[in-house]
Design a protein around this ligand. Structure first.
Ligand SMILES: Cc1ncc(COP(=O)(O)O)c(C=O)c1O
Length: 464
């Protein structure tokens, strides 16, 4: 499908919405881009490119949506925001404002969450390689620890026994579900049972709270199966005299970047080698236009059969278990946009064009995972532009051949000019700042937090 831009005039600037993989936009952000494109140009000239703009209101709306599903099914629950999804401090503050917990995977994430005001008891630590310093801080703060292995359990036991003040480590046992037996995360059945046995003897040092699992992929069905497997351990624990109170199902709730119909049509018609500059179609993509929202996904999970016609929601209630979730990406849905300034375009031998932007693929990282961010950028023309339909791929400003933001050839009705902006929408979830570095000694991209002042008007302040 051709990408027909509709220029919207705003002083000197024009906003060109792409129409192939048009990004779904939070209404307030969409309006801001349409009405304040000149302001975006000024912000980039003041703070540099790329510039990440963070919108905490989206985080709050996403959390409220999941909470309302959990309330609808009357399930005891706790949400831990997966802080790994994004490095913005203002999103941790949003989590604290809402009174939800935070899933931390390093001492640094723990410190950042504490700085945002989250109490230690509302932190949950995941990851297989927690350091002694991290363990100690978690135990001292009274945080939950997902124990990944017998080895970690032994380290934790040794640590707790040497602590000067008598404390109990609050633990969940991380189970490795049948669907991911080759994974290096979590424990198989024998090791979970061995941990349970040791817990029956170590009540003085541990407060055992239940089980945790986290799966790759985005299907709710695999979580349903893993949940059923974990409940066998709930029964085993009770038989051993332990009292599990929580099942933590990790993260992996999906988000939608583009309309599902458009996405499916793209996959069928516009995803051939000829649509990529390097003639190579990535083997896998995030499901950018998935059929389910995070809330629908959660409803389907809770309604799924646990056993003999009893839903998961009813099982949880009958066993007075708390369901814990650790959503990362789905809580930051729409919570950031990334703005790149165009440096130059260049015609290449095969009549294709490359657009160089100030910034690199380290600030927009899907190509580093041999994949692509399947959302078209919005073009803001900074000066008068004339129609010049062009297919272009987008490269970063470094001298690395692989520093490519998008190998996919994007159709532009108006050829981007130096000084124009390309806006990538919905970049908060792992996209915008996962791999940032100071290559070529370019300073790290800045993050600015958007605060609504009056209807449609925002103040931007450094995220710190
Ligand atoms: C243990 C654990 N919990 C939660 C998450 C967050 O997952 P997502 O961002 O897909 O919701 C991850 C991501 O890797 C994880 O490893």
């Amino acid at each position: 499908m051709p990408n027909v831009s509709t220029p919207i005039s705003n002083n000197q600037t024009k906003v060109h919405q792409p129409t192939l993989l048009t990004p779904l936009l939070d209404p307030a952000i969409g309006q801001f881009i349409r009405d304040h494109s000149q302001r975006l140009i000024e912000l980039v000239s003041q703070h540099g490119s790329p510039l990440n703009l963070i919108w905490p209101h989206a985080f709050k709306a996403n959390t409220a949506a999941l909470q309302s599903v959990l309330k609808k099914y009357d399930v005891n629950h706790v949400i831990f925001y997966g802080a790994k999804a994004n490095k913005s401090q203002c999103l941790l503050r949003a989590a604290e404002d809402l009174g939800i917990g935070v899933d931390v995977s390093s001492i640094h994430e723990l410190n950042a969450a504490r700085r945002a005001g989250t109490p230690g008891a509302l932190l949950c630590a995941t990851g297989p390689a927690k350091t002694a310093v991290f363990h100690r801080a978690l135990v001292e703060a009274g945080s939950l620890i997902c124990v990944d292995s017998l080895e970690e359990f032994a380290h934790l036991k040794a640590l707790v026994k040497t602590m000067q003040v008598a404390v109990q480590a609050r633990v969940l046992l991380r189970y490795r579900p049948q669907s991911c037996l080759a994974s290096r995360f979590g424990m198989g059945t024998d090791d979970v049972l061995e941990c349970l046995r040791q817990l029956t003897e170590e009540g003085e040092h541990f407060h055992f709270e239940g089980f945790h699992f986290h799966l790759g992929g985005y299907g709710y069905e695999t979580r349903v199966q893993a949940f059923r497997e974990v409940t066998a351990f709930v029964e085993a624990a009770h038989e051993m005299g332990l009292n599990p109170s929580m099942i933590d199902m990790g993260g992996g709730l999906p988000i939608r970047y583009v309309d599902p119909e458009i996405y499916n049509s793209f996959l069928q018609n516009d995803n051939k080698p000829g649509h990529y500059y390097n003639h190579s179609v990535p083997e896998s993509f995030y499901p950018y236009g998935g059929s389910l929202t995070a809330s629908q996904w959660l409803e389907l999970f809770l309604e799924s059969d646990h056993s003999s016609g009893r839903s998961i929601a009813n099982y949880l209630k009958s066993r007075t278990l708390t369901l814990s979730l650790q959503p990362g990406r789905s809580l930051v849905d729409q919570a950031a946009i990334s703005v790149f300034r165009v440096t130059r375009t260049k015609k290449l031998a095969d009549n294709k064009t490359v657009i160089f932007v100030e910034g690199s693929s380290f600030s927009a990282c899907e190509t580093w995972f041999a994949s692509e961010y399947l959302v078209d950028p919005i073009l803001i023309s900074a000066t008068q532009s004339h129609r010049d339909p062009t297919q272009a791929y987008i490269a970063g400003h470094s001298c690395l051949d692989d520093d490519v933001i998008s190998y996919r050839l994007i159709n532009f009705e108006y050829l981007p000019q130096p000084g124009d902006l390309l806006i990538y929408a919905n970049t908060a979830g792992y996209q915008m700042d996962l791999l940032e570095n100071e290559f070529h000694r370019h300073p790290l991209p800045r993050r600015l937090m958007a605060t609504c002042c009056t209807q449609g008007h925002y103040a931007f302040s450094p995220d710190c």
